[in-house]
Ligand binder design. Structure first.
Ligand code: SF4
Length: 250
């Protein structure tokens, strides 16, 4: 039986499926069609998509203080309709993001199969927080995983955010990189400790400044770059913030 996908909504109330450039990580600057799913198992205090999970009546802290109504922020679509909407915005690749997409693995698989029924070449990437091990069925369908484990400054309990079985699984796949949101140089060292523990090579590690304005990203980037270079990691900017600001659907 078909499983409905839970998607975030854009400012017009439509499903948040849009075409843009990838602003972060290994494919930075490449044209992509984004699909933003709703729901997350983590609760980062600086999350820039808190409208996917920080529902009214929940106890989760967020630096904005804002809470959201799921009936306004979430919309359910079938896999086939989601695939049709993605196809209407053709680009080099599709990025399934969130929220946390792996919470909806069965529906995501159905959507990918619906997409590839018409175009088996479709390049598909997933952005995940890395706390859920991907199933073999999902791994078989995904070209690239961008995994963003959450460090202590996110406010999540490490026992929930950093799951050894999931990180071991991603480490053994060459089609997975780690992207760490960092606030200061000590976070780069924490990222290095995780990379070492699970055997991720430096080329597959991206360090990205936390921030939702160009000014914050620039200032924070300067505090991270020395440690990033010293560890041999990649540095990731947040291009979409410079181009569009902190907005939905861009
Ligand atoms: S894991 Fe990602 S979507 Fe979930 S709360 Fe953290 S930043 Fe937001």
């Amino acid at each position: 039986m078909s499983v409905m996908l839970k998607l975030a909504r854009n400012d017009q109330g439509e499903p948040e499926i849009f075409r843009s450039i990838q602003g972060e990580g290994p494919a930075i600057g490449r044209p992509r069609t984004f699909v933003r799913l709703s729901g997350c198992n983590l609760h980062c205090v600086w999350c820039d998509t808190a409208y996917t999970w920080n529902w009214a009546g929940t106890p989760f802290a967020h630096q904005s203080g804002a809470k959201f109504d799921p009936s306004r922020e979430m919309i359910k679509l079938s896999a086939a309709e989601t695939a049709d909407r993605i196809r209407a915005l053709p680009s080099e690749g599709v990025v399934i993001t969130g929220g946390e997409p792996l919470l909806q693995t069965d529906a995501v698989i159905e959507m990918i199969d619906a997409l590839r029924e018409h175009d088996h070449r479709a390049l598909i990437e997933i952005e995940t927080n890395g706390s859920i091990a991907p199933s073999d069925a999902l791994v078989d369908r995904i070209d690239y995983f961008v995994v963003s484990p959450k460090l202590a400054h996110s406010g999540n309990d490490a026992a929930i955010a950093l799951r050894p079985e999931a990180l071991h699984r991603f480490a053994e796949m060459i089609s997975a990189s780690l992207k760490f949101v960092c606030k200061d140089a000590s976070d780069v060292d924490a990222a290095a400790a995780i990379a070492d523990q699970y055997g991720f090579p430096a080329q597959r590690i991206y360090i990205m400044p936390e921030g939702t304005t160009s000014e914050a990203i620039h200032a924070r980037g300067l505090t991270l770059i020395e440690a990033t270079i010293a560890h041999g990691f990649n540095y990731s900017d947040r291009l979409h913030i410079h181009l569009f600001g902190q907005k939905r659907g861009v």
